[in-house]
Design a protein around this ligand. Structure first.
Ligand code: GLN
Length: 447
């Protein structure tokens, strides 16, 4: 009740929620009470959570921040949602996001932009902007987001909360509306590293319904929190400490490095030489996959449909023209072009080869160190409207998070201080594939 009151009091001005599930949340809370009294409570029983509006939720509208799905109600729960419900978690509602998770500022949402709780004139980051803002504004204990190129870590950094992108394949994508299937991954946002461990524990693990989910045992993530970082080798990739880095961000990250040194970690410099190609590579791979994934929104199978007009093709075209926003259209065009015959080898195939080089960079670095430490973003949260008319500038704000998705490994954003304007700054820890325990251990030791 307290969380719902808080959402009702502050949710409107922040625009963090697309849908609030008051009735079902109160019913779930009551059921959780009964379960707790019976003595069979799970770690998340009765815990008020909210999720990005990209997760299909049975009986509750799922829009993916798009007009084309504005009235879409899925007939089933995404696996991650089903697993939270099994534990008896309480779902408070569905959170604002960039349309189909395409964006870094939450300004591409059909529901309007979400605002940063630290400064309402600034963006919360994106695409999981609502997921980060809701945690920062104490509207939910923790939330789920998705991260294709930084969409959990970047908003977590901009809103001063913890955000974890697990290794590709660690969490099932079944029932998560697809953006770029080889990059998308589900993960938690919370106030503490410990809470992230509990959420990850609940949603991680093999799912026969997602052929890319990996069948390896899920470790006890909370157990990892107790260990210190003595002897851990942490690498600073020199390509991430560049001239364009904001002075406050640089200072905050360097202070965090000193903390790790004091805690007994060994700090070394490493190199990820193909970093410069990551953003270009990502925007070919991601848009190519998106153009294919978004072909399903034809006005027939899901969501919005205009009247038939002059026939089937006309109906398809106008349903998509009216349903999709500008950024989504831009990416469908870019991706379709990159995949078209005659250009495939020059763009998509080339990008796949570059992706392999980027992954190799990480593998080589992890031969030398246990973890990498970098800033999450080159600057703190920017002003609403500042980058909307300059897509390239917007794309570059994910320069430090995108390589991790291309490599498929795991990473976490942890708050590491404030800028001169009192805006949160995030520290990124990058781990080996399926090395979430080391991430959590190092994040917890710092926090
Ligand atoms: N900002 C990046 C993009 O627009 C990443 C988004 C994401 O991780 N979903 O594609």
């Amino acid at each position: 009740r307290a969380y719902l009151d808080r959402i009702n009091a502050t949710g409107g001005s922040l625009n963090s929620f697309i849908t609030i599930c008051e009735e079902s949340a109160l019913a779930a809370a009551e059921a959780a009470d009964i379960r707790r009294k019976k003595g069979d409570a799970a770690p998340l029983t009765g815990i008020p959570l909210a999720v990005k509006d990209i997760f299909n939720t049975e009986g509750i509208r799922t829009t993916a921040g798009s007009r084309i799905l504005e009235n879409y109600v899925a007939p089933y729960d995404a696996t991650a949602i089903a697993r939270l419900k099994e534990q008896g978690a309480v779902l408070l509602g569905k959170l604002n996001m960039d349309e189909f998770a395409m964006g870094s500022s939450n300004e591409n949402s059909a529901a309007g932009p979400c605002r940063n709780p630290w400064d309402p004139n600034r963006v919360p980051g994106g695409s999981s902007g609502g997921s980060a803002a809701a945690v920062a504004a104490r509207q939910a204990v923790a939330t789920l987001g998705t991260d294709t190129g930084g969409s959990i870590r970047q908003p977590a950094g901009h809103c001063g909360v913890v955000g974890l992108k697990p290794t590709y394949g660690r969490v099932s994508r079944y029932g998560v509306i697809a953006y770029a299937s080889s990059l998308d991954q589900v993960g938690p946002l919370a106030r503490t590293v410990g809470d992230c461990a509990l959420l990850l524990q609940a949603v991680a693990g093999f799912d026969p319904a997602d052929s890319t989910s990996v069948d390896t045992p899920v470790p006890d993530y909370s157990a990892a929190l107790g260990e210190d970082v003595r002897g851990l080798k942490i690498g600073l990739p020199k390509e991430y400490f560049i001239d364009g880095l904001d002075a406050d961000v640089k200072q905050a990250v360097e202070t965090a490095v000193a903390v790790y040194r004091d805690l007994g970690a060994e700090i070394v410099e490493v190199s990820l030489p193909h970093t410069d190609y990551a953003v270009a590579c990502y925007y070919l791979v991601a848009t190519a996959e998106a153009s294919s994934n978004l072909a399903r929104y034809d006005g027939v199978r899901y969501g919005r449909r205009v009247d038939n007009g002059s026939g089937l093709i006309d109906m398809y075209c106008r349903s998509r023209a009216e349903g999709f926003g500008d950024e989504v259209k831009r990416r469908i065009m870019l991706g379709t072009y990159a995949l078209s015959s005659g250009y495939y080898d020059a763009y998509y195939l080339r990008a796949q080869k570059v992706r392999t080089l980027i992954r190799d960079d990480f593998n080589k670095a992890f031969d030398q160190v246990d973890l990498l430490l970098t800033p999450v973003s080159p600057t703190p949260a920017f002003k609403l409207g500042e980058k909307v008319n300059d897509p390239l500038q917007m794309y570059l704000s994910d320069i430090f998070t995108i390589p991790v998705n291309l490599a498929g490994t795991c990473a976490m954003s942890v708050p590491c201080g404030f800028s001169g304007q009192n805006l949160p700054i995030g520290l990124q820890l990058i781990g080996r594939p399926f090395g979430e325990e080391t991430l959590l251990r190092a994040g917890h030791a710092y926090q």
